[in-house]
Design a binder for this molecule. Sequence first.
Ligand code: HEC
Length: 160
Amino acid sequence: MFTSHWQSNPRMYIKETCLQCHQAWDEKQVRYLLDGMVNHYQGKVRHAEFWLVQLIDQFQVAQAVGIDAAALNEARAKHDEAHANWEWWTASNGSAFHNLDQAKESLAKSAAASQAGIKILQDAIKAKASAAAPAPQPAAPAPAQKSGAAPGAPQVAAAR
Ligand code: HEC
């Protein structure tokens, strides 16, 4: 067993720590492995952040359009979920090594919650836009009828 009073990282003591048990590996391999885990982890954090940013941008559009408060609140709940499942991993140190699977599961939940929130907002924006759109324009006036009906007078629908 290796103990130290220094606040440090086993990365600085690979021979004294990891290689005591993992005797088939060398220091270079352990460093490569650790870098791979950290980069994989950081990629997942960036992915969750990308979707959080898209969600936050959608709030601005939704509020400018003035969507229903109910849809806004539903999307806010998704934002809470997305935020909590992301922020934890920005504060944790060493999760890439110690909790990689849990981190990936939680960060995937974050991205899914952001995407669900975006969908709620986009649906509400669409609904608002179609409610606000001008009524469809009447079709071009029908050609004058031999019957002499005034232009614009209701036409008796022909058999369809
Ligand atoms: C006290 C002994 C011990 C020490 C020290 C130790 N490990 Fe391990 N490690 C294990 C055991 C046991 C396993 C589980 C093997 C299994 O489940 O098949 C494991 C599993 C792993 C795995 C997963 C391997 C796989 O194929 O899924 C990695 C990666 C790993 N260790 C890296 C490290 C690194 C890096 C260090 C140094 C920071 C380290 N270990 C220190 C005993 C140790």
